[in-house]
Design a protein around this ligand. Structure first.
Ligand SMILES: [Zn+2]
Length: 360
């Protein structure tokens, strides 16, 4: 047990150094809050559009706080998948995509548009039936620093031919992507658009209903007390198990609001309980949330939203982020590096891949 804890500490210090540093700043409260919103918007409310900002700085596209280049996040996502013997081709494609974006951004000018398609991965890998088109506007340049306003537009059941057709219509260029990985590896920056992306997306794809957006906004207002109480727990260094139960409660309230199974007023009452009766809230809503396609029963682990992967809650709650190898056969944890066989039951990576078991 003691050894485990030591290993855990060593690994987390190595792996989430940036995270620890960042948490000393208040801005991290904002980043965590944004993460929670992003996660609920994607998995519980199926919000049609979300907006956020990116910064191109020191040759890299980063989050708006400029803490960490996207490339670094992508690299971490690859390492995480590989450590668990999971297919990382998508994460590798994202990495190349971000690298390409970094280099295209060098010569990007004010008013240029970024277009990046992210259709879902396979069902076997835990992805849902939806994908995103990222559309970014370069709307501010100061020396070598460029500001990007990004929209992630969610599309339901996108096929690769549909994606190709859409890209052709928007840009006037030729596209012949073969799969999701091709799309992810190839974002483009366009100076003169043929048509407005939103206009084409609306005519080519099924989009989630606009009412999801309204539901989401109301829910975020109602859930604010529960979310703020959660952030306070994080800041106080509360135990992971408590964080997890509290987060479950937030997610279950969100789920019920999204499904129309809970009235706003009742939800508000429960949400406030996070302050005056947290145990009661957890008793009632701390259970494991209903699974939704794409979430893999996991906190944002298989998000199809490349640019907005909620990495902070994943770090806080995700088992993977303990930095331990969890054997898909015996489910026992082992400290890294675990190469090609489980130290506990000797199940091999080769065997695992042969079984086609690279799912969550
Ligand atoms: Zn094992």
């Amino acid at each position: 047990m003691e050894l485990d804890r030591k290993t855990y500490r060593r690994v987390t210090t190595l792996d989430s150094n940036a995270f620890r540093l960042e948490y000393q700043h208040d801005v991290l409260t904002q980043a965590l809050r944004k993460d929670i919103h992003t996660y609920l918007a994607e998995y519980r409310f199926r919000v049609p559009v979300s907006h956020y900002e990116l910064l191109y700085k020191d040759g890299h596209v980063s989050d708006i706080h400029g803490f960490e280049p996207m490339k670094e996040k992508a690299r971490r996502a690859i390492a995480l998948r590989e450590m668990q013997w999971k297919n990382s081709s998508r994460e590798q494609a994202e990495y190349f995509g971000i690298e390409s974006l970094d280099s295209q951004m060098k010569s990007a000018e004010l008013g240029d548009t970024i277009i990046w398609a992210s259709p879902p991965g396979t069902k076997e890998d835990g992805y849902g039936n939806y994908g995103f088109f990222f559309v970014g506007k370069i709307d501010g340049i100061q020396g070598a620093v460029k500001h990007i306003t990004m929209s992630a537009l969610r599309v339901e059941y996108p096929t690769i031919p549909q994606v190709n057709k859409t890209l052709v219509q928007i840009t006037g260029r030729g596209f012949n992507f073969q799969n999701d990985v091709d799309c992810l590896a190839n974002p483009i920056i366009v100076r003169n658009l043929i048509r407005e992306p939103e206009e084409i997306l609306v005519s080519n794809f099924e989009l989630p209903p606009i009412s999801n957006e309204q539901k989401y906004k109301q829910a975020m207002h109602v859930l604010e007390p529960a979310i703020e109480a959660f952030i306070a727990r994080v800041k106080n260094g509360d135990k992971k198990v408590n964080l997890k139960l509290h987060f479950n409660a937030i997610e279950n309230l969100a789920d019920k609001l999204a499904a129309g199974e809970l009235k706003l007023l009742d939800a508000m009452h429960y949400s406030k309980m996070a302050y005056f009766a947290p145990e009661k809230l957890i008793d009632q809503f701390g259970y494991k949330p209903r699974l939704v396609a794409g979430s893999c029963g996991d906190t944002g682990g298989t998000s199809s939203n490349v640019l907005e992967r909620p990495s902070f809650i994943q770090k806080l709650l995700g088992e993977k982020d303990e930095g331990m190898f969890i054997c898909p056969n015996c489910h026992k944890k082992s400290p890294p590096p675990v190469k090609d066989s489980c130290p506990k039951c000797h199940y091999t990576k080769e065997e695992h891949i042969r079984k086609g078991n690279s799912t969550c």
